[in-house]
Design a protein around this ligand. Structure first.
Ligand code: MG
Length: 238
């Protein structure tokens, strides 16, 4: 599997509170919040914790990966929460979306409104469900997906990392066929590009780094109202 990523402050914000990390089997994105340096700290602590918990493990087929993902997210939550309390940083928190790929199965852990997508041969499928007020309104039919982009509550999360002593991550597992892939991204990408527009870039993708960069550039071309981050993984054609 080949992986690449890109992140940019965008065209409106002055600091980038998004963070990402990847190696050849672990992908992580985080979108920090809380103002001043709090968002950056929250995202960095979350990334470090997950890297520490999973980065060094030798994962064989049959390993309890989902359980490891669950506890990594939980530990990340605990550390961000503790740090916020210690430093008196009210409102500090972050999203966290991660995937571990073992034996061509992606194990996804998720809290917040960053997303994981399964890139398939003919289309792209959203794996995660946003933990946001507007996502719930869309689900219950209160507003349309298009209205969600401009809704006044679009930045309100219903679940975040580090804002409560404990958190429950949503867990998913997805089989990746040869030629398929994953996209992990923050809302700075999905707020300004439709899934179709994102897929149009990814379906021609051969180089994950170049594709991630291209997605970030497109979001900036749409005004870049938020920090933008994309991590792309591609499973080689057999
Ligand atoms: Mg954001």
């Amino acid at each position: 599997m080949r992986v690449g990523g890109a992140s940019d402050v965008g065209r409106v914000r002055t600091i980038n509170e998004d963070a990402f990390w990847f190696d050849d089997r672990l992908l992580i994105v985080a979108d920090g919040m809380g103002g001043h340096v709090a968002g950056e700290v929250a995202a960095a602590v979350a990334l470090e914790t997950v890297k520490e918990a999973i980065g060094s493990l030798r994962l064989q087929p049959g390993a309890p990966v989902q359980e490891l993902v669950r506890s990594a997210v939980r530990e990340a939550n605990r550390r961000v929460f503790e740090r916020a309390r210690r430093d008196g940083l009210d409102g500090m928190g972050t999203t966290l979306t991660m995937a571990v790929v073992v034996d061509r199965v992606a194990y996804v852990g998720h809290v917040g409104d960053s997303r994981a997508y399964h890139i398939q041969k003919e289309r792209m499928v959203q794996i995660t469900e946003d933990h946001s007020v507007v996502a719930e309104l869309v689900k219950t039919g209160g507003i349309s997906a298009a209205e969600a982009h401009t809704h006044p509550y679009r930045n309100l999360l219903t679940r975040a990392l580090g804002t409560t002593p404990d958190v429950v991550a949503d867990l998913y597992s997805v089989s990746l066929d040869p030629g398929e892939g994953l996209l992990l991204c923050t809302d700075g990408l999905t707020a300004v590009l439709t899934d179709e527009e994102i897929y149009r870039v990814l379906e021609q993708c051969r180089d994950p780094d170049a594709c991630a960069r291209r997605l970030v550039d497109l979001a900036n071309a749409r005004g870049g109202p938020d920090n933008i981050t994309a991590v792309v993984a591609l499973v080689e054609e057999s």
